[in-house]
Write a protein that binds this ligand. Sequence first.
Ligand code: ZN
Length: 265
Amino acid sequence: MLIDTHVHLDAFPDSEIEAILGRGHDVGVGFVICAGTTVDSSIRCIELSRRFHPFFSGVGVHPMDISKPLTTKDYQTLTELASTEPKVIVMSEIGLDYMEGMPDRAWQFSAFREQISIARALKLPIVFHSREAHQDCLRVLKEEKGYEVGGIMHYFQGSLEEARQVIDLGFYISIARPIFRLPHLQEVVAKIPIENIVIETDSAPQPFKKNRDNWTEPRYLRPIMEKIAELKGMDTGMVEASLFQNTKKLLSGQWDIVTKFVSNS
Ligand SMILES: [Zn+2]
């Protein structure tokens, strides 16, 4: 079974989601974890998780979406959603984004810190986004004791040194489609232990790709897994089993709820 640790399927119209999950299921995708990016999108992820069995959810506010400082009420809502909805199994998607034009860094910092503390209070793994902000992300995770719950550095594209720092802090590296085009990332994957890797697609609508068949969907997990096997010179069955075990270990506190909705888990 393959597990998509990070998708944004909530951004698709309702009418498409069942078919997307079905195409994933056909290639062995057992379930997906949908990342909230705002309070509203977190609510929509949860609503979808109620409708579709192989659909779990994170809650969180993405650094790109912090158009104004988050309020106490925002944090209360996220806490309430995460503590009352059984299918919320991670704090996702939170982090820091230093690309030009991104929201005020002080707002991003306090949102990241507060959401890490919610994750710790609720014992939920943290799925973090970092763009041009790796050292600060790791520093904040250290200062806020994010390692107590662990989690994933999502859509990893960093260096070998950065991968080692992330792993040392007790987090997994999540590999997505950039593995097909970034030689340095291929080298990182070849060198880090399989025990520290999980996979994802970050699937979201991609209207800039004219051919709908090329839009990233959970079904692309299989070629991603196969590419990892090729780079590591490992058998695909072994890699699939390892990735599954890694995700299960990461979600050990939430695994009971996973098994209620996913067979063969
Ligand atoms: Zn994302």
